[in-house]
Design a protein around this ligand. Structure first.
Ligand code: ATP
Length: 251
């Protein structure tokens, strides 16, 4: 299968401080790829580089053959249409209904008519089983529903790639499991490539095809592969402990 995302010799940090370096990996179409590592090692920073929010200290990131690091502002806007992002907080606009949260994006970046925008928004809300809640405001729905609405919004432009930063943070186990089922459904129905930062072991084992493990000390990727295999077979003791830990072990 073809690689849709390529990260090549990436070095990233803030100011002079290097957070990670020598990051090299490729993500294939339809892969569910999870970024793991201890607290503060740079998982969110990596995600933000991949979506073009930050410029790396060195290296390249290619999304569907287009280099997001070297792109000028216009090209970058174009590349950004290839993916949807769901941020940690969900970040729906509180003053807008669920439907308006989606139509707003369509109004900004497409020339769809109001009717087409309405139809697209309803299609995406139906996908996450929230079409009956289109006129609700974020404050009127549960945490799990907010996350699903944020996924519907991330899907607004029919992207081939979705990025999630801690999607199940703050959810009860049942809502978290429902969210995992939804992520699997998106991959199944649309062959969406999905990149996730998470700590949730349940999610890792139920949805990930592949994980990478970032290490704060060496500032490098210390493991890359199928979590079910790495759980017992990783040569790195810390990785085995991480994947075999029970609840609330310090990461
Ligand atoms: N905007 C910023 N400016 C300067 N330093 C930052 C910034 N954002 C993050 N950092 C630092 O970079 C390091 C990596 O942070 P990041 O949030 O990427 O880690 P993480 O692995 O996602 O952490 P967590 O698991 O706790 O969410 C941390 O030391 C953090 O303090």
């Amino acid at each position: 299968m073809e690689a849709v995302i390529k990260v090549d010799k990436l070095k990233m940090g803030y100011g002079d401080r290097v957070i990670m370096e020598c990051l090299d990996f490729e993500i294939k179409q339809g892969e569910i790829f999870i970024i793991l590592g201890g607290s503060g090692c740079g998982k969110s920073t990596l995600l933000k580089h991949m979506i073009g929010l930050y410029k790396p200290m060195a290296g390249d990131i290619t999304i569907k053959g287009k280099n997001i690091v070297k792109a000028d502002a216009e090209k970058k806007r174009d590349i950004m249409k290839e993916f949807g992002v769901m941020y940690q907080s969900g970040a729906l606009f509180g003053s807008m209904t669920l439907e308006e949260n989606i139509t707003m994006i369509l109004e900004e970046v497409t020339d769809m008519s109001p009717q087409e925008r309405h139809e697209r928004a309803m299609e995406k809300l139906a996908l996450v089983e929230l079409d009956e809640f289109n006129t609700f405001y974020p404050a009127e729905i549960s945490g799990g529903m907010k996350k699903r609405a944020a996924i519907a919004r991330a899907m607004a432009l029919n992207p081939d790639i979705l990025f999630f930063d801690e999607p199940s943070a703050g959810l009860d186990p049942i809502s978290a499991a429902n969210l995992d089922a939804l992520i699997l459904k998106l991959r199944e129905e649309f062959k969406t490539t999905i990149v996730i930062v998470t700590h949730e072991l349940e999610s890792i084992f139920s949805i990930a095809d592949r994980i990478i493990m970032l290490d704060k000390e060496t500032k490098r990727i210390i493991e890359d592969g199928d979590p079910r295999k790495l759980k017992n077979e990783s040569k790195n003791e810390w990785v085995r402990d991480f994947l075999n830990r029970r609840e609330s072990v310090q990461t």
